[in-house]
Ligand binder design. Structure first.
Ligand SMILES: *Cc1c(COP(=O)(O)O)cnc(C)c1O
Length: 367
């Protein structure tokens, strides 16, 4: 079976370095918010090109803490509207809801699956105060147009960069450094994955950075003195240490993903399969390689029988989820079509050339 993503194989080369880090952290006896977190924060800020990076518990919390911090700083108020693409992973929307803000769902661009700047413009209201730009599958949103809209209307622009580690725009600026603040996830399956839950916020705003540092740690900067009603969402020392081991290899791993994607794009030629739109001026990190097909269940079944594991990102759009019952009657035709047709092929830094060749051959043999 060709796995969709072989996490064990991805982490095996780092095993010895992980063990050394485990010994260091265990022997030091300081397990929360210590030098490993600080070191990783500095390294990831340098990697993204931002002034600040704040380690938090996971990617969802990174986004929640950004919104809650803006509320604490008086830059957002409960009930303010945040524009977000209707086809995003539900975490983006949960983050807005958990901060008592109002998500305004808009259809994505039918080609890129990312926010359509024209539709953002069309959905602005007097209550709109922020745009959440999700770089879906690792392809950047049109950040220059979104930056212009945000500036023109005095909106905050926030990136959900949970799938976009290392993705770059045409000027070489990385995800995480294209907005007021960005949330990253280091969930094990992301391009930079920990051995558990982990996340960060990146920003160039010192005031926001300080507020997030406080809110992630009970709203406290001096132990047992609490300035805000905070949370407990800290990046673990151990996960930060593991992430230090993997960060220097992220560029190489992304290059390997890009090489595999280029082969898929060049060699899959079956009229039943639609290939993803790929803007070559952007440096896509190919977190996912997502094809579309009319009869997805049949194709997925054929691939499974042929030894190719695939996944669906995602089978049900947020507005059709039981949890969001108040939106179940809304209609987003582009979003719904995407959710009916998408299928994610095996993708990752440890997929071999032979495996890629097999996937391509099996797809081209599909009738
Ligand atoms: C993974 C993901 C998240 C949430 O990250 P967690 O670390 O799992 O909380 C948020 N948004 C998007 C787009 C994601 O893919």
């Amino acid at each position: 079976m060709i796995k969709f993503l072989d996490l064990q194989k991805i982490n095996t080369p780092y095993r010895l370095a992980f063990e050394k880090k485990l010994a260091t952290v265990s022997d030091r006896g300081w397990y929360i918010l210590g030098e490993e977190v600080q070191k990783f924060e500095n390294e990831f800020a340098a990697y993204c090109g931002t002034k600040h990076c704040i380690g938090v518990g996971n990617g969802l919390d990174a986004l929640v803490l950004i919104f809650k911090s803006y509320i604490e700083l008086g830059k957002l108020q409960k009930g303010d509207e945040v524009i977000v693409a209707a086809n995003t992973y539900i975490a983006s929307i949960l983050a807005i809801l958990q901060a008592d803000l109002v998500p305004v769902l808009v259809e994505p661009d039918a080609q890129t699956y990312n926010l359509d700047p024209d539709l953002v413009g069309a959905n602005l209201s007097a209550k709109t105060k922020a745009i959440l730009a999700v770089h879906l599958y690792g392809q950047l949103c049109d950040m220059h147009k979104l930056q212009r809209i945000a500036k023109q209307h005095g909106l905050l622009l926030i990136e959900d960069a949970a799938q976009a580690h290392g993705a770059q725009d045409g000027h070489g600026i990385k995800a995480g450094n294209l907005s007021d603040a960005a949330g990253f996830s280091f969930y094990p399956g992301k391009n930079l994955g920990a051995l558990g839950d982990a996340g960060t916020v990146t920003t160039n705003d010192p005031e926001l950075a300080q507020m997030i540092r406080s809110l992630r740690n009970y709203g406290s900067e001096v132990k047992y003195y609490n300035d805000h009603i905070g949370y407990n969402s800290r990046l673990d020392e151990l996960q930060a240490a593991f992430l230090q081991v993997k960060l220097p290899h992220l560029e190489g791993e992304n290059q390997r993903r890009k090489y595999i994607a280029k082969r898929y794009l060049a060699e899959i030629n079956n009229p039943k399969i639609g290939l993803p739109f790929y803007d070559r001026s952007l440096n896509h990190n190919f977190h996912l390689f997502v094809i579309q097909t009319k009869n997805r269940e049949a194709l997925q079944h054929y691939l499974q029988e042929s030894g190719v594991q695939t996944m669906i990102h995602y089978p049900v759009p947020p507005h059709k989820q039981k949890a969001l019952g108040q939106w179940n009657d809304l209609s987003f035709p582009i979003t719904e079509k995407i959710h009916r047709r998408v299928l994610s092929l095996p993708m990752g830094p440890v997929l071999t050339d032979d495996e890629v060749t097999s996937v391509i051959r099996i797809l081209n043999d599909y009738r």
